[in-house]
Design a protein around this ligand. Structure first.
Ligand code: UD1
Length: 436
């Protein structure tokens, strides 16, 4: 398994370009299942989860062409298998996004039920209950969820989510595009990635209104066609690089991002003393303010509030801030695993249930640490950048799932970071991976 070796202390300075959002790219790739025509997606990030989703599409019989590294032309004209196997679902929970499109277009789907994962139980009950409301028969068979639509297809329904679910909203939105009648999703996720998917679906001929608000209405259509779409920039990668500049007392010009999608992240980071300037609609300039960083409390919540996917990186930043910060995680019940690794580097953090109390500033010292999930890995990289001495981060396959060439991007702006390749690294298909 590859590792990162980081020698801390270098200020991060220069320019960095943000990749496409993985969490938008994955549902958009799944949406290609809805049509026999070609869907062309640009600005896909070059990360492992995209390779996994491509494998899933190819496994079911779709053809994927890659005329350029970040462009996929997906044709699901000849789908033969309506299934996402355990091997893929266990490496990437987002495989469940195939469920809605498969049932909607082919009337049946079998998707391995995602088990527990590193950051919590993460059930998919909301996805399944919503499909049942649309007339599907849903049952469990040998660890797989099997869903079958009535003979004449899914029917539009009023669906009210008890809890806001991003992929739940996306799955249902896709399923509803080909249903008879209108579907209304209440308490829908409002993430920019949901809006991006709706934009693609509408380009394909769907009738989706209200994406980005808590109520989404989808009027079913007979069939969908091909489309071309460019994936939005990754707001979590943007936030991570802002933190990298601030924590190392460097300065970064962050290009190809969408500051509008990062409003709450930017607002919170400004509040703790990071200077962030919006240079234009796709460029930010970030540095640590002259008065240094100060502590602040944080609560993660669904968009438009502060994202859980930036919680770990914020925690690392708060280890360097003056004072005590309390971080409350409301989305996932077990998402503080980075705290114990940060403690091993000298951070002063106490975790109780859904809260972490961080006392700063703490002098971080390089250590051998282990990444536990995608965003936790990013927090350890940030800690390594500011720590004295050498940090060796194990299990960086987690970070490869969602950050495009993070070590190359950081190196180009002054970080002393290298990937230590394991000579016996297992191929992609056999690498141990917890699903997220
Ligand atoms: C998505 C993101 C992930 C992010 C998360 C929260 C993708 C591919 N992944 O994950 O990066 O951290 O949103 O912003 O977009 N829940 C249920 N039942 C369900 C579905 C969800 O109880 O059927 C719960 C979950 O356990 C969690 C909460 O709802 O506590 C939110 O989860 P959800 O928004 O569904 O997360 P994902 O879509 O899996």
């Amino acid at each position: 398994m590859d590792k990162f070796r980081i020698r801390g202390g270098n200020p991060i300075k220069g320019r960095v370009s943000i990749s496409g959002a993985k969490n938008s790219a994955l549902p958009c790739m799944a949406a290609a299942i809805l049509t026999p025509e070609t869907v062309t997606l640009h600005n896909l990030p070059y990360v492992r989860d995209i390779i996994t989703m491509r494998r899933l599409l190819e496994d079911i019989g779709a053809h994927v062409l890659t005329p350029e590294l970040r462009t996929h032309k997906i044709s699901a004209a000849n789908v033969e298998l309506m299934a996402a196997p355990y091997e893929l679902v266990k490496t990437m929970r987002a495989s469940v996004l195939a469920l809605g499109p498969l049932v909607a277009r082919f009337g049946k789907a079998r998707v391995s039920l995602p088990g527990g994962c590193a950051i919590g139980a993460r059930p998919i009950d909301l996805h399944l209950a919503a499909l049942e409301k649309m007339g599907a028969e849903v049952f469990l068979e040998a660890g797989d969820v099997v869903a079958r639509s009535p003979e004449d297809g899914l029917v539009g329904a009023e669906i009210s989510f008890d809890k806001i679910s991003v992929t739940g909203t996306e799955n249902l939105m896709m399923a509803a595009t080909l249903a008879r009648g209108t579907t209304t999703i209440h308490n829908a996720a409002r993430e920019p990635e949901v809006r991006d998917l709706a934009e693609l679906l509408n380009k394909m001929g769907a009738r989706v209104r209200g994406a980005g608000t808590p109520t989404i209405q989808i009027e079913g259509v007979e069939g969908l066609g091909g489309a071309e779409h460019t994936i939005i920039p990754d707001r979590i990668e943007t936030g991570t690089f802002i933190v990298a500049a601030a924590i190392t007392k460097g300065e970064l010009e962050i290009r190809d991002c969408n500051p509008e999608h990062c409003n709450r992240i930017i607002g919170k980071l400004r509040e703790v003393g990071v200077e962030i300037e919006e240079v234009n609609q796709s460029t930010l300039q970030a540095r640590c303010g002259a008065r240094g960083l100060h502590a602040s409390d944080l609560m993660t919540e669904p968009y438009p509030a502060f994202p859980t996917d930036m919680q770990a990186q914020f925690m690392t930043l708060m280890t360097q801030a003056n004072g005590r910060s309390t971080i409350t995680e409301t989305i996932f019940e077990n998402r503080f695993m980075h705290a114990s690794e940060l403690q091993r580097m000298g951070a002063r953090i106490q975790v109780t249930h859904d809260k972490a109390i961080v006392d700063g500033p703490a002098k971080l010292i390089g250590a051998r640490v282990q990444a536990s999930d995608l965003r936790a890995s990013a927090s350890l990289v940030l800690a390594g950048l500011v720590a004295d001495g050498e940090t060796l981060i194990d299990r960086v396959y987690h970070i490869d799932r969602g950050y495009e060439k993070i070590e190359t991007k950081l190196k180009e702006v002054g970080a002393d970071i290298e990937r230590v390749r394991d000579s016996v690294t297992a191929p992609l298909s056999t690498q141990p991976q917890e699903s997220l």
